[in-house]
Design a protein around this ligand. Structure first.
Ligand code: CA
Length: 230
C-alpha cells in the first residue's frame, strides 16, 4: 500500500509541486492549506508522514507540530523559508525528523522523505528482540535483564519497557503523552505523572548522578530524551 503523505502548506504553487512530485514517486498525497484542515486530515486520513511548512497563516507551524505530536507519532519534515539555525535546532529538539529549507529541489525532498520513512519503519521493527545497546546500557529482551556500564540492574517490567522505549528513540524527545500511550497503553488509569515517577526511579538505577542525569534528560515542557553518548 502506498504510504500517505500530508503536505501542510498554504502556498498553492509549492504544495502542488510537492504533491505532484510525490505522487509521481508512488506516494498517496493530500494537501492542507491551513491549520484546521491539517488537523482534520491528520486525524481522519492518518498519514504516514507530514511535510509541514512552518510559515502558515493564523496558526504557527510550531503549534500545529505540537498538536500532531500530542495525537500520534508520525514523522514530520519541516519546511521553512529561512535557513535559520535556531529554528532548525528547535525543530530537531522538539522531535522533527528532518528539516528542509526553501528553496529546495524536489529531488532533495524526495530523498529526505524516503530516508525518514525508512528510519521510522526501522524504529517500529526494532520492537525488542535480542539485545539493544545504547549509551552504556544493554537491554536483553529475552531475559528482561539490563546492565549499565557492565553492572546488572534490577528493573521492574514497566521500568524495562519505558527504558526500552526511550532507547529505541534515542536522541529524540518523546512527549510524556506518547510515552504513556506506548508503554502503558491508552486505556489504563494512569496519567503523565506516572511517567515522571518512573523516570525518577529509572534514573536512580541507571544514572551515575540521578540529580544530574546524563542518559535520560528532561526536555522542559515536552518530555524526555535518551542520550546515546558515552
Ligand atoms: Ca507557507
Amino acid at each position: 500500500m502506498a504510504e500517505r503523505i500530508l503536505i501542510v502548506e498554504d502556498e498553492a504553487s509549492v504544495a502542488e509541486g510537492v504533491a505532484y512530485t510525490l505522487g509521481q514517486e508512488g506516494f498517496e498525497v493530500a494537501i492542507a492549506a491551513d491549520g484546521k484542515a491539517a488537523l482534520e486530515k491528520f486525524e481522519s486520513w492518518r498519514p504516514d508522514l507530514v511535510i509541514l511548512d512552518l510559515m502558515l497563516p493564523r496558526v504557527s507551524g510550531w503549534d500545529l507540530f505540537a498538536a500532531f505530536r500530542k495525537t500520534r507519532e508520525v514523522p514530520v519534515i519541516m519546511l521553512t523559508a529561512r535557513a535559520e539555525e535556531p529554528d532548525r535546532v528547535a525543530g530537531l529538539e522538539m522531535g522533527a525528523d528532518d528539516y528542509v529549507t526553501k528553496p529546495f529541489s524536489m529531488r532533495e525532498l524526495v530523498a529526505r522523505v524516503r530516508a525518514v520513512l525508512r528510519r521510522s519503519a526501522a524504529d517500529d521493527a526494532e520492537e525488542i528482540e535480542g539485545t539493544m545497546t545504547k549509551g552504556g546500557v544493554v537491554l536483553d529482551a529475552e531475559k528482561h535483564e539490563a546492565t549499565v556500564s557492565g553492572r546488572p540492574v534490577e528493573l521492574s517490567p514497566k521500568e524495562f519497557d519505558l527504558l526500552a522505549y526511550l532507547m529505541r528513540h534515542a536522541g529524540r524527545v518523546r512527549p510524556r503523552q506518547e510515552i504513556l500511550a506506548a508503554v502503558w497503553g491508552e486505556s489504563e488509569y494512569v496519567d503523565e505523572r506516572t511517567v515522571d515517577v518512573h523516570v525518577r526511579w529509572l534514573r536512580k538505577k541507571i544514572e551515575a548522578d540521578p540529580g544530574n542525569p546524563q542518559r535520560i534528560v528532561t526536555v522542559r515542557g515536552v518530555g524526555y530524551k535518551f542520550v546515546d553518548g558515552e
